[in-house]
Design a protein around this ligand. Structure first.
Ligand SMILES: O=C(CO)[C@@H](O)[C@H](O)[C@H](O)[C@H](O)COP(=O)(O)O
Ligand SMILES: O=C[C@H](O)COP(=O)(O)O
Length: 952
């Protein structure tokens, strides 16, 4: 419809066209577009455009069921984050609206007919981010009558220029001050000039500058009212300005527009086909009931302008608006108003500065709310495809956790974490250790290589896969081996992470050396254990096969490591690479976990597919209040830091029991440093609430349908007693992969709260150094440096540094053990560190003993086997809170095993590891005692249990 036709129209909205103003609608809603309401406004009211913003989408998507069908359809096809899902919904809405407005675009030859979509409000102060997002959205929506909204902040202006130069239609939003508007008009022209200079067409580019109106009066009038109420001497002059400043400000902006349009610079651009960047009046709903409900429409009508009108104001103007060319009326009066506000100290400059900041923050809040609503709906739709988390926390802890979650939201810390900003932690080297954040997508993208390997392993008929590695290289694969068991047609996966000669012999007996595939796993490639285990099994396999076992070995190691070199020299079958930017304990979803999983025939697509849900659930776009992994990290961090609840007690359903061993490493090695951290307590059979102190958080990871009744009942009792309990429910075993990522993310968050670097392990390195010194000494002298017990009693010899020896006295075994364990006070923990074969018998021995200690001393207990724990909880024992009381148990080896090409044996290595570990514990001033058992192990362990029983 053109202006001629509108002459004489009785619809005030339609009449705006006669004055050169285009009415746009400041509203979008799927049902409104779908049911023809939007089209009706175009047809009957002369509507010429649509604007959206985060607050508008929040209202549209945050409530009701308009979007449910598309959400379901999208989520059935793809795994998406809340942000990705929102964007797909928004893009559909915008595309649908552009279709309705397209006839206007055609009829007005591209002057009108636009629909605006705003870039993420999180980017309001990020020029590069905004440019990237503007270009991405422009492509994604792919409609000629689209406008991308960019905030007119200081950082936004250069992004406007860049987007215009790239040929994007831009709606510059959040403009309040004349200066900001001037900068934006300048950016628009500069962008056009750049494009023109490149020889590209500028005649199709459209832009509007959204100048916010009513919010200015809201602030200024509020200040006026306060001053008048306080009896200001200028009350009359102040009152005269009520409801005037915003319009005056807008009128002056328009004058600037007219001035620029007269310049030679603009004339040149115009000659090249450029369209003017029209002023668009936004925030034009009347908030103050004292004013006309169409005030900010009636007073701002003028040629080459737009007013984006909220629905209620749109209806009101249709009903009783009186259009006239008001914008150019009494410009002198407008100048006077602006001068007056300055004279009276209302400080429009400061007000507009504040409004920009508040406007950005309000859009962030709205976007958080919107994404929260999308995330909640998404959770409901995906149901048990996702692991579920429920936290029952005592009041004070709950309040502190909620406050910390709000702090994460307000400070945008989650986005900073995903942006790999090391200042989320200590600002050290954390940024380079975050590749685990996208390793799931990376492995999915390269899944063919892993699947081929899986197929080949099957075809070659291996019966066993033996993984040789420690800590980060072994504990994840061990969870997979124990959780999934043997897959039909595939070899059985076993994981060996010990230097105990007996344990090595047991593994060797269990496998068929001729048909075993060995996976030597070491990120650094330099760790002693996998190197000597590899040496041992190469000799053993060669003997069994009668030829070099080349095709029977593969390695997973970081590119360029010493292990890679060895693997090449020894013609290993395959070399798989880890990623330099992932530390061992965060590596299970990289090749360190996926290669053994592939060899064992575990369905990798299902495994990684499940993990991907956790990645998307923890994404930067999922606001903290809906971000379960973040919440878990906050709970653990706050409970430890503020409430002394630093013993994270894992309870796992029997079928996923081994997850606890992996979790121990993740939490302890990541957080146990600088005298702080989380002390994981794994596999400590639950007792009644009375056996626990006030230092625990219980993390119950249960497998639905395979719950252990006793665990369920005990957890229920703990909940009822007000203990903090976080329950994480998995609905199938493949969700362990989801749990892996979930806990990795939570650990990184907990590390931030504890203000440590979760990605280093200084004290693990320290005991590696001590061990190396001892094995080197052995190589030189043929024996380990001499050591003397400070006390002996029967089969027991006791060792300690001077301070510890003094503290426990030199009486008999019972008195020494009594004195040692009774050093544990409320809030401490006791750890048994046994350097013996880890088998069924020793595991039940240590389990019974720890429970005895827990119940007698009312402290948390850890039951660990060396050297395995050295690469795991060992970090926290040495570097974490000084609350541990340690009993190291060593014993004579019934038989030893040589290490090929070395003077030392496996028994010597194990002894050196125990001593290295003990030396570092002592150096750190920990309460540590070592008992060495001579003679037959079984009898010695029994005697030790009895002595401890008497002692406590
Ligand atoms: O910026 C544009 C259009 O370009 C608008 O969508 C703009 O965001 C809205 O008019 C305002 O946010 C509404 O402001 P208010 O009525 O809440 O003060
Ligand atoms: O947790 C990591 C262990 O210390 C083993 O390290 P690695 O994978 O470099 O051999």
């Amino acid at each position: 419809m053109d202006a001629e036709q509108n002459k004489g129209s009785t619809n005030p909205l339609k009449a705006l066209e006669r004055f050169g103003q285009s009415p746009w609608l400041d509203f979008i809603q799927r049902s409104y577009t779908a049911d023809g309401s939007l089209r009706k406004l175009v047809d009957e009211d002369g509507l010429k455009g649509v604007t959206s913003n985060p607050a508008i989408f929040e209202k549209a998507m945050g409530y009701g069921t308009d979007y449910d069908a598309q959400m379901k359809e999208l989520l059935a096809r793809e795994t998406l984050s809340a942000g990705e899902l929102y964007e797909k919904l928004a893009v559909t809405d915008i595309q649908d609206a552009t279709k309705v407005l397209h006839p206007v675009y055609v009829a007005t030859k591209g002057v009108d007919g636009y629909v605006s979509l705003e870039v993420s409000p999180y980017l309001a102060f990020d020029t590069e981010g905004t440019i990237h997002e503007a270009l991405r959205l422009w492509k994604e929506v792919d409609r000629e009558n689209l406008m991308i909204k960019i905030p007119g902040t200081r950082e936004g202006a250069p992004a406007v220029q860049a987007a215009i130069a790239e040929g994007v239609n831009v709606n510059v939003t959040l403009l309040f001050s004349l200066d900001a508007y001037k900068a934006v008009l300048e950016a628009y022209m500069a962008g056009l000039e750049t494009r023109h200079a490149k020889g590209e067409d500028i005649s199709k580019i459209a832009s509007v500058a959204s100048f916010f109106v009513s919010r200015i009066d809201g602030k200024i009038d509020g200040e006026i009212d306060a001053r008048v109420a306080a009896g200001d001497k200028d009350a009359a002059a102040l009152k005269a300005l009520r409801g005037k400043v915003a319009i005056a400000n807008a009128k002056l902006a328009y004058q600037h527009y007219l001035d620029v349009m007269k310049t030679e610079r603009w004339a040149k651009l115009k000659a090249a086909g450029a369209r003017p960047q029209r002023l668009l009046w936004a925030s034009t709903g009347t908030k103050d009931k004292a004013f006309s409900d169409v005030l900010y429409v009636e007073e701002l009508i003028g040629p080459e302008t737009v007013n984006t009108i909220p629905p209620a104001t749109f209806d009101a103007f249709r009903d009783h608006g009186t259009p006239r060319e008001s914008l150019t009326e009494d410009v002198a009066g407008a100048r006077h108003v602006i001068d007056e506000q300055a004279r009276l100290g209302l400080d429009l400059g400061a007000v507009t500065e504040k409004l920009v900041v508040e406007g950005c923050a309000a859009f962030v809040d709205a976007f958080d709310k919107l994404l929260g609503a999308v995330a909640a709906k998404q959770k409901a739709i995906l149901g048990d495809k996702l692991i579920a988390q429920e936290a029952r926390l005592p009041g004070e802890l709950k309040a502190a956790v909620e406050a910390a979650i709000e702090d994460w939201r307000k400070e945008g810390k989650l986005r900073r974490l995903w942006a790999r900003d090391a200042s989320v932690w200590t600002g050290n080297g954390e940024a380079k250790w975050l590749d685990w954040l996208d390793v799931v997508e990376d492995r999915l993208a390269h899944i063919a290589e892993l699947e081929n390997f899986s197929r080949e392993v099957k075809e070659r008929g291996f019966t066993d896969v033996l993984l040789l590695g420690m800590g980060g290289s072994s504990l994840g694969p061990e969870v997979l081996a124990e959780t999934f068991g043997r897959q039909p047609g595939f070899p059985r996966l076993r994981v060996l992470d010990s230097t105990d000669p007996q344990e090595i012999a047991t593994f060797e007996k269990a496998i068929n050396l001729k048909t075993t595939l060995f996976v030597v796993s070491s990120k650094s490639g330099a760790t002693l254990e996998p190197n000597i285990l590899k040496a041992h099994f190469r000799v053993a396999a060669e003997k069994a096969l009668g030829h070099a076992p080349d095709g029977h070995f593969v390695t997973v190691t970081d590119p360029g490591s010493q292990m890679e070199e060895v693997a090449r020299k020894c013609s290993f079958w395959k070399i798989f690479h880890g990623l330099g930017g992932i530390g061992g304990r965060f590596s299970v979803l990289s090749n360190f976990g996926m290669v053994p999983a592939a060899a064992a025939g575990i369905d990798l697509r299902k495994l990684l597919g499940s993990a991907l849900y956790a990645v998307k659930e923890s994404a930067a776009s999922v606001p903290p209040a809906e971000n379960a992994a973040l919440q878990l990290g906050v709970i653990l961090g706050v409970a430890a830091k503020t409430f002394g609840r630093d013993k994270v007690t894992f309870v796992t359903s029997p079928a996923i029991r081994d997850l606890g061993a992996w979790l121990e490493q993740l939490l302890a090695e990541s957080t146990g440093k600088r005298g702080r951290g989380l002390i994981p307590i794994d596999d400590e059979t639950l007792g009644g609430p009375g056996v626990y102190g006030k230092d625990r958080v219980f993390a119950y990871v249960r497998l639905k349908g395979a719950e252990d009744a006793a665990q369920e009942a005990a957890i229920e009792a703990l909940r009822a007693a007000g203990e903090p309990v976080v329950t994480i429910t998995l609905t199938d075993t493949y969700q362990v992969a989801q749990a892996f990522f979930h806990w990795e993310f939570a650990t990184a968050v907990a590390g931030s709260i504890l203000e440590i670097d979760p990605f280093d392990q200084p004290d693990v390195e320290a005991s590696k150094v001590e061990t190396r010194k001892l094995t080197a000494a052995f190589n030189e002298t043929g024996s380990l440096p001499p050591e003397a017990p400070f006390a002996k009693d029967g089969v027991f010899s006791f060792y300690a540094d001077d301070a510890n020896a003094k503290a426990v006295g030199d009486g008999d075994a019972v008195s020494i053990l009594k004195a040692h364990f009774h050093r544990a006070k409320a809030g401490d923990y006791v750890a048994l560190l046994a350097y013996i074969e880890r088998d069924k018998t020793s595991r039940s021995w240590i389990q019974a003993l720890r429970l005895k200690l827990r119940d007698a001393l009312h402290v948390a207990t850890a039951a660990e086997f060396g050297p395995r724990f050295l690469h795991s909880t060992g970090q926290a024992y040495k570097g974490g809170p000084a609350s541990g009381v340690f009993l190291q148990v060593t014993a004579d080896d019934a038989a030893d095993l040589p290490v090929p090409d070395e003077k030392f044996t496996f028994g010597i290595v194990k002894a050196a590891q125990a001593r290295g570990d003990f030396d570092v514990l002592s150096e750190r001033g920990r309460r540590a005692l070592r008992v060495h058992i001579s003679g037959p192990l079984e009898a010695g362990l029994k005697a030790l249990s009895e002595a401890i029983g008497k002692a406590v």
